[in-house]
Design a protein around this ligand. Structure first.
Ligand code: SF4
Length: 216
């Protein structure tokens, strides 16, 4: 049982944010684990809107792991060029599909330990998949979650894995996935980098960094 006095405070803050962003959800279009895996790889350093534009045609050309494993790299690069870092992403996509075929019978694995063994898949992507297609709680730590966790005093670490651990200790498992969506929404709309809009923030009166001029 968590006896930390931070728990009820953090939960109340999260509840306020959940009510403020009732529609917060995974913004990457997908219909199955394979599609979310592809979309998440493409989303590195790219907007969700751009990824969704690209994946419409991508999923027609490469509808499943087998098609992607058999892909021609130059054609793959051309298809995803507009998402940036397209050479690395193309290589990771193809290698990922080959590994899933070889080691997981062509089925995207459903555990964090297995997912992070795939090329180009870190804990963030693995947690996106766990929470959004496998129904397993996953605490995603991206740049927004990292920044807001610090500002709210939920984690003072810099490394995503340590922030993830702090958040997982602070919040109940059944809230992890939605907490990620809500914090990302808050980071995009109000708690921005470098200067947050504290004047319109729904949790300003609970935030130790409210109105502070220097932010991380
Ligand atoms: S008060 Fe400011 S720094 Fe704190 S969570 Fe709100 S927007 Fe972010």
């Amino acid at each position: 049982m968590d006896t930390s006095p931070k728990l009820p405070i953090a939960l109340k803050t999260l509840e306020i944010l959940e009510n403020f962003y009732p529609d917060a959800h995974c913004a990457l279009d997908h219909r199955n684990p394979y599609e979310l895996l592809v979309a998440t790889i493409l989303s590195a350093q790219c907007t969700d809107i751009r990824v969704n534009q690209v994946t419409k045609d991508f999923f027609r050309a490469y509808p499943d792991v087998d098609a992607l494993a058999a892909a021609d790299i130059p054609a793959l690069e051309e298809q995803i060029r507009s998402t940036g870092f397209f050479r690395n992403k193309a290589r990771h996509l193809k290698e990922c599909a080959e590994r899933i075929r070889r080691d997981f019978h062509g089925i995207v694995p459903a555990t964090l330990e297995e997912l992070v063994t795939l090329p180009g898949i870190g804990r963030k992507t693995a947690n996106v998949l766990l929470g959004n297609v496998f129904g397993i709680p996953g605490m995603v730590v991206d740049t927004h979650v990292k920044r807001i966790s610090f500002r709210l005093g939920w984690s003072h670490h810099q490394e995503p894995a340590k922030i993830e651990r702090d958040l997982c200790e602070l919040l109940p498992a059944q809230r992890w996935t939605q907490a990620g969506h809500v914090l990302i929404a808050h980071g995009r709309k109000i708690c921005k980098a470098p200067v947050p809009l504290c004047g319109i923030c729904p949790v300003a009166d609970r935030c130790p960094k409210n109105g502070v001029k220097k932010y991380r």
